[in-house]
Write a protein that binds this ligand. Sequence first.
Ligand code: PLP
Length: 390
Amino acid sequence: MKLADRMGRLGTESAFEVLARARALEHTGARVIHLEIGEPDFATPPHVVAAADDALAAGHTHYVPAPGILELRTAVAAFLERTGRLRTSPDRVVVTPGAKPIMFFTILALCQEGDEVLYPDPGFPMYESIAAFAGATPVPVPLREEHGFRMDPAELASLVTERTRLVILNSPHNPCGSVLTRQDVEAIAQVAIEHDLVVLSDEVYWAIRYGGEHASVLSVDGMAERTVLLDGWSKSYAMTGWRLGFGVFPQALVEPVTRLVINSVSCTSAFSQYAAIAALEGPSEPVERMVAEFRRRREVIVAGLNQVPGFTCQQPGGAFYVFPRVREVGLPAEELAERLLVRGGVACLPGTAFGAHGEGYLRFSYANSVEHIREALAAVEAVVRDEVHA
Ligand SMILES: Cc1ncc(COP(=O)(O)O)c(C=O)c1O
């Protein structure tokens, strides 16, 4: 069957492919430790599940307004103000099934042929894929290890042309675990203002930080009217399967994005939205416990990876990923990841799954128990010593 040309420009997320391969290996009886997965290995907090049960029992099983129920949009605005991130109003909030549609709809609404979209490389692979799908030209902004994998505002500025329309930021960052500083976001905001650019700020890992305040371009004067905030419940509340995300938009984008919601999904699941309110307004201890446990695992995995010959691993400031340099091992990242899976039973992702600048790196997720992380570290070290340095 002949597909539309645009399908040739749509990429994919190879984390799902590696997961499928790892599962296939498990079906043959092999044991695999999953460090490729980008989701918290914690249960959704019980008060959130109870709120969904109550909403179902109360009959919240029908269509609801496309941009989300007013109670949830109000709760999101209040949450953002309470946590010191942003003062906004409920009518700027659009709720979607997961945060990914916020990316999709923002880019579809803003970008077309002739436009350039600046995005982090390494970075979440959907940025490049969706920008290309929309007909725009994705332009990678390299994140360099020597700059702590943070976007360098000067390098960003050097890549702006008169065609640049959108800049995508992600902090805390997938896959590098880096976090932008206040100085970074101020300098990036200046670039955006000077060149009249829109910014998409992906803050889906906002809650998962290991010290220090969260710096967002949104807090810089003049940025709220040119910035889309992307966030959601998947990572912060261990709710990936609920499919719940939100965007906060400049006024001019609310109606077009709502129209995209109407044309695609109609609305987000009604009872899930009541659970989302409970997550924002209920006790924060489950999130704090989860982040404390991630912090413990981060110590273990960073120390362990730095023991592996040819590996060098920075300490990430947020999210639940480490991105060690493995160039000195002497194999392309994809081949090394494959050997670790097949010979060591450890599933991880090559840095190249996140863009060409990811060559020479691997991404390990530490959304797994300390026990499994230790076991995986021993297996990685054994594979590298035996197979690679033999
Ligand atoms: C950087 C980044 N943004 C957005 C998302 C999408 O999250 P959601 O599950 O809410 O669609 C992910 C998920 O892996 C991510 O890593």
